[in-house]
Design a protein around this ligand. Structure first.
Ligand code: ADP
Ligand code: MG
Length: 557
């Protein structure tokens, strides 16, 4: 594995990295850093969120900066205020041992005067939102003559948030002799337009299309108490009689325990972990490949060499510590064109971990409810009846035994006989699930037992201070909502984009957060503001021309 040392980064930077605990470069860093240290060629880098893109461009930029000069030499554009602040903080930490180094973050919704002052004090790197940067350029408060490098960070997000015009403006205002770097998680068409127009023969770097293999996979999760994990695992197995999957545990100890319990409860299960000898491991894997084991309980490390194509399920008995590991786990199913299911069993305080996994691997989890005893029994019953119907009867072999059997069961009529046969297999489930509990944990505010019906969700109508005049449209509004709440599951109801402002309905639970977050965003450099719409007092929005002119021209979506 390579180290940062091999790139030839300055001792000041290496020391800072050591302090930050960065031991090895991430894949995108390993590709981008040597390239950017050596060359002034434009560059396009594609990598998922959380793969270390900031340092991938930040380290070489800092290394190449002339800290004795007090003028902006690099500018980084990023879609939101939070990201700008984060990037500026990250760059400061990489340059912690460079006393003359300065970075300034500029973004909407904050005092422009203070930002101008900070710029005047002299900074070598500017991190800004396209809106505010465009604004300051327009006012001639930002001089970009000395800019040698420009970075478009999260270019796809900037475009989907409607910053295209600002980007056009900024890119054309910067000296042509600059190096342009574009970092993005995806490569939509609009980006290609930008790269064609503003980049010269860019080198393209891309690290692992991690998601492509998992597109066939449905990602589900259950929220339960940690002590109920095993019960949930059993129910997953019981409601999927034909399950064929891997149960991932974090530790060897858990792996052994879970496998032992499953076997004790008569499941086709076994364990695969590092405490087994090589020949024991080979033997377990072989039985699993042949389908003799339905549930293989394994640690991540032990399952690494295992290649099986038709798994129905991957079960995360607990979520891995590293978000990336989840992608490896879930990628074990949904192979070779088949559909697969990856289930995470989490407890109520693990949802942020889940969101992190979503971000890193670009997937969306769906919360589902742990099935109750009745659902499981029904499923098992049908599965049993199906088996009875389809079983191959070997007439010749059983013929000699039949007369005695007929005689013994003579007293049962057809209906009774069926009941008896089914009960033989089924009583175990009926008994086990007779008084089964509901193990789901409900978030009292958001979900109830009937949570499946999002239809009756209480909605709040919000007033937003921009409309179609600022090129807002329902699509942009939706991405703004997702961005502001950092959540793409929130229900948005009716949207009415008017010329100077917009009304939209949002799940009431998120209304407050929406109103709180929205001032961190801007459109066209215009600071945003939202409030709960008071339908009875339309005049209170100070939107002079709406009720006068537009009353009959409402755009409804
Ligand atoms: P991206 O921009 O690709 O979404 P970030 O640059 O924000 O990712 O990095 C994600 C996280 O990984 C940050 O917390 C960062 O400090 C950390 N990180 C980046 N590079 C390394 C590294 N080489 N070693 C350890 N941690 C790293
Ligand atoms: Mg980033």
């Amino acid at each position: 594995m390579i180290s940062f040392f091999e790139f030839g980064l300055s001792p000041a930077i290496l020391e800072a990295l050591e302090k930050l605990g960065f031991q090895h470069p991430t894949p995108i860093q390993a590709l981008a850093i040597p390239q950017l240290l050596e060359s002034n060629q434009d560059l396009i880098a594609l990598a998922q969120t959380g793969t270390g893109k900031t340092a991938a461009y930040g380290l070489p930029i800092i290394h190449r900066i002339d800290a004795s000069k007090k003028l902006p030499q690099a500018i980084i554009l990023s879609p939101t205020r939070e990201l700008c602040v984060q990037i500026a903080k990250d760059l400061e930490s990489y340059a912690a041992n460079m006393p003359d180094f300065k970075v300034v973050a500029i973004y909407g919704g904050a005092s422009m005067d203070n930002q101008i002052k900070a710029l005047q004090a002299g900074a070598q790197i500017i991190v800004g939102t396209p809106g505010r940067v465009g604004d300051l350029l327009n006012r001639k408060r930002l001089k970009l003559q000395g800019i040698e490098r420009i970075v478009l960070d999260e270019a796809d997000e900037m475009l989907s948030m409607g910053f295209k015009d600002d980007l056009d403006f900024i890119l054309s205002a910067i000296p042509t002799e600059k190096q342009t770097l574009l970092f993005s998680a995806t490569m939509p068409k609009e980006i290609q337009t930008i790269t064609k127009k503003y980049m010269k023969a860019p080198i393209e770097l891309s690290v692992g299309k991690k998601n492509s293999a998992t597109e066939q996979v449905e990602h589900l999760y259950y929220v339960v108490h940690a002590k109920d994990r095993y019960e949930v695992l059993k129910r997953i197995a019981d409601i999927n009689p034909k399950i064929y999957g891997i149960v991932f545990c974090r530790t060897r100890k858990d792996t052994k325990e879970v496998a032992k319990r499953l076997m004790g409860d008569s499941y086709n299960a076994d364990a695969l972990h590092g405490d087994l000898t090589q020949s024991q491991r080979d033997e377990v894997m072989d039985r699993f490949r042949k389908g003799q084991i339905q549930l293989l309980v394994a640690t991540d490390v032990a399952a690494r060499g295992l290649d099986v194509n038709n798994l129905t399920h991957v079960i995360n008995y607990d979520l891995p510590d590293e978000a990336e590991v989840y992608t490896h786990r879930s990628g074990r199913t949904g192979r070779a064109g088949k559909k697969g299911i990856s289930i995470a069993i989490i407890h109520s305080r693990e949802t942020s971990k889940l969101r992190r996994v979503e971000k890193v691997s670009g997937i969306t989890f769906e919360r589902v409810m742990v099935p109750d005893g009745k659902e499981i029994c029904t499923k098992q019953l049908y599965s049993l009846v199906d088996k009875v119907e389809k079983v191959v009867v070997d007439e010749a072999t059983i013929a000699p035994f039949l007369p005695a059997i007929y005689q013994k069961l003579e007293w049962l009529d057809r209906e009774q006989l069926i009941k008896h046969f089914v009960s033989v297999e089924f009583n175990r489930f009926l008994a086990y699930y007779k008084d089964s509990r509901d193990v789901n944990i409900y978030d009292t505010k958001k979900e109830s037992k009937s949570a499946s019906g999002k239809k009756d969700m209480p909605m709040t109508r919000i007033h937003l201070n921009v409309g179609s005049k600022r090129k807002l449209n329902p699509l942009k509004l939706l991405s703004l909502v997702n961005e502001a709440l950092d959540n793409n599951q929130v229900q948005v109801g009716k949207i009415e984009v008017l010329r100077n402002f917009t009304f939209f309905e949002i799940e009431s639970d998120f209304a407050e957060a929406m109103i709180r977050e929205i001032p961190h965003f801007e459109i066209d450099g215009f600071p945003l503001h939202a409030q709960v719409a008071e339908q009875s007092k339309p005049g209170s929005y100070q939107e002079e021309d709406f009720f006068r002119k537009n009353r009959n021209r409402k755009k409804k979506y």
